[in-house]
Design a protein around this ligand. Structure first.
Ligand SMILES: C[S@@+](CC[C@H](N)C(=O)[O-])C[C@H]1O[C@@H](n2cnc3c(N)ncnc32)[C@H](O)[C@@H]1O
Length: 200
């Protein structure tokens, strides 16, 4: 796994995830937001895939689904997005109309719903299952982004497990990347990204 050299902040990690995802997304693509939350990433994906594309946005909590729906309505993007309530550990079942190997980007933004119940966090076991499900959906040349938050209770363990999962995966057809190790505090959010070989 390669390491960059930037310091971390929530905005930095999320905007880096958007840059990585945006570099591979094209008009008409399929994308998945596997932690819809307040809908910021879903809106980003819906804009990137354009009117011909489609985004599936998943969250465990109905509060998140409703927040995402309201944001999409306000942006006039609802027609491009399918919202589903459920756990990303069952991503393949939740998105049973999506064939494996067809999705250009899957995004996970871990932790709790900002402004919501801070005890309802993503958990290592379900997160790792969700990541493995996401890999099955990924198209050749596609990218999986995971923003990890080691700063809240339980977040450190989850971040370590995601990092270990990505390191173990770093072999054909996948390459893994992690942002900014140098100068970053131990509790700063960071991005882990996985790219699937375009020729695979
Ligand atoms: C940091 S928020 C996501 C932020 C969001 N991407 C945005 O742009 O606003 C994390 C979300 O993960 C959701 N979550 C927790 N466990 C989950 C699971 N197993 N499957 C799907 N979503 C889950 C939480 O309900 C919460 O809304």
């Amino acid at each position: 796994m390669k390491h960059g050299s930037r310091s971390g902040s929530p905005r930095h990690a999320v905007s880096l995830a958007h840059r990585v995802a945006g570099s591979v997304l094209r008009e008409g693509d399929l994308a998945v937001d596997a932690t819809a939350g307040n809908g910021h990433d879903t809106v980003f994906l819906a804009r990137a895939v354009g009117a011909a594309g489609k985004v599936f946005a998943i969250d465990l909590q109905s509060a998140a689904i409703e927040a995402t729906r309201a944001r999409l309505d306000a942006e006039g993007l609802s027609g491009r997005v399918v919202l589903r309530r459920g756990g990303h550990e069952r991503l393949g079942t939740l998105l049973n109309e999506v064939d494996p190997g067809r999705v250009t980007v899957v995004m996970l933004n871990l932790g709790y719903l900002p402004g919501g119940d801070k005890t309802r966090i993503t958990r290592p076991a379900t997160t790792l299952s969700g990541l493995n499900e996401a890999l099955r959906l990924l198209a050749p040349g596609g990218v999986l982004t995971v923003v990890c938050y080691p700063g809240h209770p339980g977040g450190g363990e989850e971040a370590r497990e995601v990092r270990a999962w990505a390191s173990a995966l770093d072999a054909e057809p996948f390459r893994t990347f992690e942002d900014g190790a140098t100068g970053r505090s131990k509790t700063a959010p960071f991005l882990v990204a996985v790219k699937k070989n375009p020729d695979s």
